[in-house]
Design a binder for this molecule. Structure first.
Ligand code: ZN
Ligand code: ZN
Length: 365
């Protein structure tokens, strides 16, 4: 049996279709027929060679939903249910070691130094080769945390739950509550959309989103944002003034950074009230330095700044739950669908910011 996959062999060059022999499974491994593979903003950075984790050659794609084709021996879901051939599943994109300092002592697997991530740091030259989701099939190793999902759900709806959704869940998991708070979200992409959804579900009273695309800001409004500020229609001072007016001169309780480009943290920190919290989720690859006045914007205001690096299995669960409760909303997040062969167009559409969320459907029909 063979699987077609789209392989990145050289940065900035088109992915190439390759056919892989599907290796015999080892104990606990699961062969998945991919039903939907998310095209993430990170994939564009990886394609450009901007993510230092990227080995070549690689099958991109760390966001997948698929059906079990084969299981070697027994494998259970995170709930302890036996998985069966034919089950529709989603999985945690990272596989952690359980042995390192972060896993054992910090109990924070998202910081595992041996974390393997499908489609991000696993080359297609490394056994069992099918290590990414831009593929007809992927082989999940025996330590992968797997969730079974409702058979009737559109698989494309859930792909982002394993990446942007889980990362934002991780961010909100770091704070105790947002009940009644004013939350400012910088960036209306998939991370920002999830941030609106989580802020709303946790009871934020005001949800303000800053972004540069009217379409994306409209989607945030649909998800529950109470005010959207277009970067092209306002400058930094005006946005700051509007947010201060909205909060009676106090500032926002919480700011969620979901952009990852230079200058964003500098603007965002100034929007916080004294004692406020800054959650930075957007820097998935190096983006240069920020110019921060620590005395004025952090120390003299008792500000808490939280870096948010990836996520772990608990956060994937939180993200799946929020998607399943808001299916109609999350359906609108998916702007483009492509076949596996069209993966290069999918990356181009994300790169040009035409697509908010593109999804590959590798096994049509
Ligand atoms: Zn991603
Ligand atoms: Zn570890």
């Amino acid at each position: 049996m063979k699987s077609k996959a789209m392989v990145l062999k050289e940065f900035m060059k088109p992915l190439e279709m390759e056919e892989f022999e599907i290796a015999p499974l080892e104990a606990g491994e699961v062969l998945i027929k991919i039903e939907a593979a998310g095209v993430c903003g990170s994939d564009v950075h990886m394609w450009k060679g901007e993510d230092p984790r990227t080995p070549l050659p690689i099958i991109l794609g760390h966001e997948g939903v698929g059906r079990i084709q084969e299981i070697k021996g027994k494998k259970q879901t995170v709930y302890g249910e036996d998985l069966q051939v034919g089950d529709l599943v989603i999985w945690n994109r990272g596989v952690t070691c359980g042995q390192c300092f972060a896993c054992k002592i910090l109990k924070d697997p998202s910081l595992c130094k041996n974390r393997k991530v499908y489609g991000i740091n696993q080359s297609s030259a490394v056994f069992p080769y099918l290590n990414g989701c831009y593929s007809e099939y992927i082989i999940l190793n025996s330590n992968t945390d797997i969730f079974k999902v409702e058979d009737t759900v559109d698989p494309a709806l859930l792909v982002s739950a394993s990446c942007s959704g889980a990362t934002i869940a991780h961010a909100f998991d770091m704070i105790s509550s947002v009940l009644g708070d004013t939350v400012v979200i910088q960036g209306p992409g998939p991370l920002g959309v999830y941030a609106v959804a989580f802020a709303k579900s946790m009871g934020a009273s005001e949800i303000i989103v800053i972004g540069g695309s009217k379409e994306r800001l409209d989607l945030c409004t649909y998800f529950g944002a109470t005010l959207v500020l277009d970067r092209h229609e306002t400058n930094i001072q005006e946005r700051n003034q509007m947010i201060m007016e909205k909060t009676r001169g106090i500032g926002a309780d919480l700011v969620v950074e979901a952009v990852g480009t230079r200058g964003v943290a500098e603007e965002g920190l100034k929007l916080l009230r004294s004692g406020g919290t800054y959650l930075s989720t957007g820097y998935a690859q190096p983006a240069g330095e920020e110019s921060i006045d620590f005395y004025r914007d952090i120390v003299s205001k008792n500000i808490t700044v939280h870096g948010v690096w990836v996520s772990d299995t608990k956060h994937t669960k939180m993200a799946i739950d929020i998607v399943m409760k808001n299916k109609e909303h999350f359906a609108k997040l998916i702007s483009h669908r492509f076949s596996l062969e069209e993966a290069n167009q999918a990356i181009a559409s994300m790169n040009a910011r035409e697509a908010l969320k593109a999804v590959l459907i590798p096994n049509r029909g």
